[in-house]
Design a protein around this ligand. Structure first.
Ligand code: ATP
Length: 238
């Protein structure tokens, strides 16, 4: 099987701070893959490196068999890789509707109506708030909007950076359930970065553990959940 996303020996740095020290990771078509790790491990950096910001200074990143390591960010987005970044960066002054329009801009403008209806069916909350400004919604609603906006581009690969961050457990659970549903019903391929290791590993087919810029463990979600080292470092007391 060829991987949809293939990351090989990737290094990235912010000036003198080396954030990624040779990362290998794969996401296959139709999989949910999660990357877990503590604060500052380099998870967000890896996700941003896929978009070339920061650029991998060593190693390679391939999408659907094509080397994208040196491609400009806007061209990478055009390959239908969509991201819901950490901190759910929606446009706070724009309405829900306008935010979704922005998501469709790239590729989905032709089927905007159809995709809008689909998003409002997946996230009924957004339907009730279609003309409300994004910034006035709750954290969970903003997270739903950030994911819906990413989906408007009809991505082949959905990147989610800490979708549960700062959310009440029940709301986080709803978000994870939507991701599971998208994968099960539509075969959406998802790469999920999470600090909430328990939920992420329950949801994911496979997972990777990152410690200070390196992958230290990988396995199926179930394997990692049962692993004593994972339990001790990421699950107990969490
Ligand atoms: P968190 O869950 O806290 O976001 P993370 O695993 O996503 O953590 P990163 O945000 O990727 O970790 O950070 C990895 C390392 O790179 C950290 O040491 C961080 O301080 C550093 N770093 C991240 N962004 C920058 C930046 N813009 N400039 C300088 N250093 C940075």
């Amino acid at each position: 099987m060829t991987a949809l996303l293939s990351i090989r020996g990737v290094e990235a740095a912010y000036g003198a701070i080396v954030a990624l020290k040779g990362v290998d990771l794969e996401v296959n078509q139709g999989e949910i893959v999660t990357l877990i790790g503590s604060n500052g491990a380099g998870k967000s950096t890896l996700m941003m490196t896929i978009f070339g910001n920061p650029r991998a200074r060593r190693g390679s990143i391939a999408f659907d068999g094509r080397d994208i390591t040196a491609l400009p960010t806007h061209e990478i987005a055009r390959l239908r890789i969509a991201q819901s970044p950490e901190g759910r960066r929606i446009f706070p002054r724009m309405t829900v509707y306008e935010n979704l329009q922005m998501g469709a801009e790239l590729d989905g403008a032709a089927h905007f109506r159809e995709d809008l209806e689909r998003m409002l069916a997946i996230f009924p909350r957004l339907k009730e708030r279609l003309h409300q400004r994004g910034g006035t919604m709750s954290g969970g609603e903003q997270q739903m909007l950030a994911i819906a906006r990413a989906l408007m581009a009809r991505p082949r690969l959905l990147l989610l950076d800490e979708p549960s961050l700062g959310l009440a457990p029940l709301i986080a659970k709803q978000i994870f359930a939507v991701v599971a549903d998208l994968n099960r019903r539509e075969g959406m391929t998802v790469f999920l970065v999470e600090q909430n290791a328990y939920h992420a590993l329950k949801l994911a087919h496979r997972g990777y553990v990152m410690v200070t810029g390196q992958i230290t463990m990988s396995g199926t979600g179930a394997e990692l959940l049962a692993n004593p080292d994972v339990k001790a470092a990421y699950l107990e007391g969490g």
